[in-house]
Design a protein around this ligand. Structure first.
Ligand SMILES: Nc1ncnc2c1ncn2[C@@H]1O[C@H](COP(=O)(O)OP(=O)(O)OP(=O)(O)O)[C@@H](O)[C@H]1O
Length: 585
């Protein structure tokens, strides 16, 4: 049977098939659309990623650029380094060639040195033969050196004794005279002053003829000129320096350490150069404490004293200083201080102790270790000194300034023998000069080898061995001006000052006169000045009077008065050697 096929059925089938296919296609489209959407999503994601990658790429490329720059710099640096290395290599080559030269030279030198050492050791071997001989010679030399040292010690001891004997023969009172240079104050400026108006007022009339003679040409109108000559132990001309003056003073400091009291005083009218000679140039604020060539006797003497002490055994000497002024016959302590340590001027009195020495109770004594300390202390005291302008001198000192330097010596038995001898002699002589029985400086605490015979001058074997410290005094005095009242033109308080000054200077003259005549009573107590200086004037103490005079006619009267004072003082010196000579016979 033939098979019949319905076309609709075929069509429907066909449609169904197509629908089926279409549904399949649609599903496929849907599927593809979904995939497409997913792909779009992925694409968007990739776009996002791509954007980020671009940023990173830009960052990396900038890093890359930096790295490139660094590489460039590194290359440049490496090139430079390379060049330097080349230079260093060259230097090294040069150095090694120099070193090679040096080492060759050194080798040569070493060889030479070795040869020399060999030669020297050969010589040493030769010399060693003589060493024993030399050692023996050295021993001999050491022995003789020791002998010489002992001799030198003995000689020094003898020199010391001779020095003081010489000083004694020259007299215990010496008078020197210094003529100061011509100054503006030599030309008068006072209309009432007749002399100043005369043409001859500033004429030089005082002359240092040589080193021991002064010539004064005394002329008065209507009278012929009279030449007066004065002789002193030493005369200084206006050209002589402070050092020249001090050289003559220096030996007295040796005497001080040998056990003598010493006094150096400047005498003269106001403006004649006393302060200049004793202290040196100074201003209102005092004077320089540093060492100066123009400084005066006081600073130079303190330096010399400490220089001499430094040569003695350490700790054997101690030094104290006091500064007083004698003003209107009263003693003022210029170093006194109140409870707060501020300086104040205190009045003191001078007494005579039971041993016959002068003493100022409660006086301030400053312990000092060196010259600078003395100068410092002294400068303080100097600020308080009484001054008053006069017609002659605007900065005139109206008081006597007394600086006392007390040296305490510990008398260890051997070293102190000669010193003790001097101290005992000094004590004994000063007592005799005051007509008291000679007495040795001995107290209960002192051990003593007593002399068998009561000789006034104990020999070395009879020396007492003193264990108590011995004190000696150096008194440095800048006296107030010795001018006439008329010349200084002072009135009122200053007139009273001048009258006290003149009275104390005349008391000083009386003391020297009494000593010259060897009177039984020496009027030390007639004035505070002489009482204060009692231990340094007379007896075995050594006094140097430094007369200061102006060179001109204007001050001739005062200069003649000062020269007269000096001549009287010399009478004491003339008397003294006779006394010593008789004794030594
Ligand atoms: N040898 C000298 N060389 C240079 N100048 C001097 C000399 N002597 C004194 N004079 C000067 O003369 C002036 C007066 O001297 P100084 O003050 O020493 O006198 P003075 O005798 O101490 O007087 P006063 O007693 O009134 O104190 C000062 O200006 C001082 O510098």
């Amino acid at each position: 049977m033939p098979l019949f096929i319905n076309p609709n059925q075929i069509f429907t089938q066909r449609v169904n098939l197509l629908e089926h296919k279409l549904r399949g296609k649609e599903e496929r489209i849907f599927q593809l659309e979904t995939e497409n959407a997913l792909l779009h999503l992925k694409l968007a994601e990739c776009y996002g990623k791509l954007g980020r990658n671009n940023e990173e790429e830009a960052y990396i490329s900038s890093l890359y650029q930096v790295q490139l720059n660094r590489n460039k710099n590194t290359n440049l640096f490496l090139n430079g380094l390379f060049k330097e290395v080349q230079v260093l290599k060259q230097n090294l080559r040069d150095l090694s060639s120099i070193y090679a030269g040096f080492s060759k030279e050194l080798e040569q030198q070493s060889k030479n040195f070795l040869n020399k050492v060999i030669a020297a050791s050969c010589k040493i071997q030769d010399c060693s033969v003589d060493v024993n001989k030399l050692q023996a010679q050295v021993l001999d030399l050491e022995r003789s050196l020791q002998e010489e040292k002992n001799k030198y010690k003995d000689e020094r001891q003898k020199r010391k004794i001779l020095h003081n004997t010489l000083v004694e023969f020259r007299g215990n009172i010496r008078v020197h005279c210094r003529v100061r240079p011509f100054l503006s104050i030599d030309v008068g400026n006072n209309d009432t002053d007749l002399l100043s108006r005369s043409a001859t007022a500033s004429e030089k009339v005082v002359h240092a003829v040589n080193d021991d003679t002064i010539l004064v040409k005394c002329s008065r109108s209507g009278y012929p000129t009279v030449n007066k000559m004065f002789e002193f132990e030493r005369v200084y001309s206006p050209d002589d320096s402070q050092q020249t003056v001090f050289e003559e003073v220096r030996p007295l400091l040796t005497s001080l350490l040998d056990g003598y009291n010493v006094c150096i005083m400047a005498y003269g009218q106001t403006g004649s150069g006393k302060t200049h000679t004793m202290i040196g140039p100074h201003s209102e604020n005092g004077f320089s404490t540093g060492e100066l060539p123009e400084e005066g006797v006081i600073p130079k003497a303190t330096r010399e004293l400490f220089s001499l002490i430094s040569k003695k055994s350490p700790g054997s000497h101690s030094v104290e200083v006091s500064v007083v002024e004698v003003y209107n016959n009263e003693i003022f302590d210029l170093l006194a201080k109140d409870g707060d340590g501020s300086m104040l001027i205190m009045k003191r009195d001078v007494i005579t102790t039971s041993t016959g020495n002068s003493d100022v109770p409660s006086l301030t004594h400053e312990s000092v270790e060196n010259a600078a300390e003395i100068m410092h202390v002294f400068n303080h005291g100097l600020q308080l000194r009484a001054k008053h302008p006069t017609l002659v001198h605007a900065d005139s000192s109206r008081s006597h300034l007394v600086v006392t330097i007390t040296v305490t010596t510990q008398c260890a038995s051997a070293e102190g023998l000669a010193f003790s001898l001097q101290s005992v002699r000094q004590e004994s002589l000063s007592h005799r000069s005051r007509r008291q029985p000679p007495k040795l400086r001995v107290t209960d605490e002192q051990t003593m080898i007593r002399s068998r015979s009561p000789s006034p001058r104990p020999s070395l074997t009879e020396l007492p061995v003193l264990h108590k410290p011995v004190k000696t005094k150096l008194q440095l005095v800048d006296l107030a001006g010795s001018e006439c009242v008329g010349m200084s033109g002072v009135t009122g308080v200053a007139l009273r000052e001048t009258s006290f000054i003149n009275r104390s200077l005349s008391a000083l003259s009386d003391v020297l006169g009494a000593l010259a005549e060897q009177r039984p009573h020496i009027p030390y107590r007639n004035s505070k000045l002489t009482h204060l200086l009692q231990d340094s004037i007379g007896g075995d103490a050594k006094l140097l009077v430094m007369l200061c005079v102006s060179p001109t006619q204007r001050y001739m009267t005062e200069s003649l008065q000062s020269l007269g004072f000096g001549t009287r003082a010399r009478q004491v010196q003339r008397g003294q050697p006779r006394k010593k000579l008789t004794k030594s016979k």
